[in-house]
Design a protein around this ligand. Structure first.
Ligand code: NCD
Length: 278
């Protein structure tokens, strides 16, 4: 799909994608929209539930049963865990989960895997470090599940309060080796892929809890002294302060390449789901 995502195609001509975004998003929604228009399809939807009928008290199941009449595929982002699963139970058209609360973000995991494969030439045999908010960050949950299908060693680096959710680590540790810790410097010499995330401030039930961890980790040029020469740094974005801007100019940074890889991955996903590719 790389050349198709660049030059465009008509393979989804006449198909409609509905984006139902109940939570703020710029990149994921625009990425799906761009992917759909690259394939010749069109997009409808809302990014601001305040202006939609939801404001009038409509429930999610009803919204889904209405919108499925307008579209061939639905892309849903919702603050509640399980929302995408619920939508898929009601919908007669395919539902893509574009983020379900702090739970999962599977299309981000696909584009992350694609980025690793493209940049490192393989996934098996790599040491991957997931660093940051492993408790409330949904991208790291989906990525951890995905990586556990390969032969990787996973370092999980976070402040104590933001350790990987037990429900995720219990599943993945049956399949791959995981090592939990708090000091990124200790694992950098062994790391092939460093995946950094922001602290998900909006998901903390208690602001005092957030205050305890805010600003507790940051990757700067000095942090990278012990890193392997061919290590890559990834981030799902948006970034707050966890990667210093000077790092952008080092050969390690790949987080802006990830954005393009997101379009490629989503064109592939839409073409498959809508039957334009086998
Ligand atoms: C992520 C998300 O929404 O979970 N962003 C994204 O989709 N690229 C990560 C984040 O918000 O920190």
């Amino acid at each position: 799909m790389e050349p198709i995502a660049k030059s465009g195609s008509n393979m989804l001509h006449g198909k409609i994608l509905a984006t139902l975004f109940f939570e703020p998003s710029t990149r994921t929604r625009l990425s799906f929209e761009a992917a759909m228009s690259k394939l010749g399809g069109t997009t409808i939807g809302f990014a601001e539930p305040k202006v939609a009928a939801i404001k009038k008290g409509e429930n999610l199941a009803d919204t889904i049963r209405v919108v499925e009449n307008y579209a061939d595929v639905l892309v849903l982002r919702h603050p509640l865990e399980g929302a995408a699963r619920l939508a898929a139970e009601f919908a007669r058209v395919p539902v893509i989960n574009a983020g379900s609360g702090a739970e999962e973000h599977p299309t981000q995991a696909l584009l992350d895997l694609y980025t690793i494969l493209k940049e490192k030439g393989r996934i098996d045999g790599l040491n991957v470090t997931l660093m940051g908010d492993l408790r409330y960050g949904r991208t790291v949950h989906s990525l951890a599940y995905a990586l556990s299908l390969y032969k990787v060693k996973l370092f999980l680096v976070s402040p104590e309060l933001l350790r990987m959710r037990r429900e995720v680590s219990d599943v993945i540790k049956k399949k791959i080796e995981i090592v939990e810790g708090s000091a990124v410097e200790e694992v950098l010499p062994e790391t092939d892929v460093l995946y950094v995330t922001r602290i998900q401030e909006e998901r903390f039930p208690d602001p005092a809890e957030y205050a305890k961890v805010s600003g507790t980790y940051k990757i700067g040029v000095d942090t990278l002294e012990g890193a392997r020469e061919d290590m890559i740094i990834m981030h799902p974005l948006p970034r707050v302060d966890e990667i210093a801007h000077e790092v952008d100019n080092t050969p390690y940074a790949r987080y802006f390449q990830q954005v393009w890889n997101g379009i490629v991955t989503r064109t592939a996903l839409l073409a498959l789901i809508l039957g334009a590719k086998k």
